[in-house]
Design a binder for this molecule. Structure first.
Ligand code: HEC
Length: 106
């Protein structure tokens, strides 16, 4: 869909300062609870269905060796993985942004 494609092609840079906004972090935490918690612990690295996401940013790397940054995180969340569903059609751009704001705090 054109509108959706347009949204997901917004450059990550537009997230900018919004990522440090407590409102975005709180919203991201809720989205995480609704969409991600079922497969990922947020407070540890232990495996649930997928790997625990604690310290994913300070850790610096995805399991596949790629560098963790906001752009790569967005691509991952939107595309999904081998056993992880993609969220491109599920989450709006601002929801992905809020989720990233939260993941940065883990
Ligand atoms: C149905 C279970 C499931 C759901 C729901 C899910 N994931 Fe995943 N996730 C996985 C699995 C399994 C992996 C392991 C890699 C793979 O499948 O390719 C993974 C991997 C990841 C990774 C990479 C971790 C690393 O260290 O490489 C991130 C980041 C991630 N998920 C974030 C999320 C976020 C954010 C959400 C919510 C929007 C989410 N996941 C929802 C199952 C899930």
């Amino acid at each position: 869909m054109f509108a959706a494609a347009q949204k997901s092609s917004q450059p990550i840079q537009k997230f900018g300062a919004a990522l440090n906004n407590p409102t975005a972090v709180a919203s991201g935490k809720q989205i995480y609870g609704a969409r991600c918690e079922i497969c990922h612990f947020s407070a540890s690295k232990a495996k649930k269905i997928g790997p625990g996401l604690a310290n994913i940013y300070p850790g610096g790397k995805f399991a596949n060796g790629k560098k963790v940054d906001d752009a790569a995180m967005r691509v991952w969340i939107e595309a999904g993985g081998k056993d992880m569903p993609g969220f491109r059609e599920v989450l709006k751009a601002n929801e992905v942004r809020d989720l990233i704001a939260y993941l940065r705090t883990l």
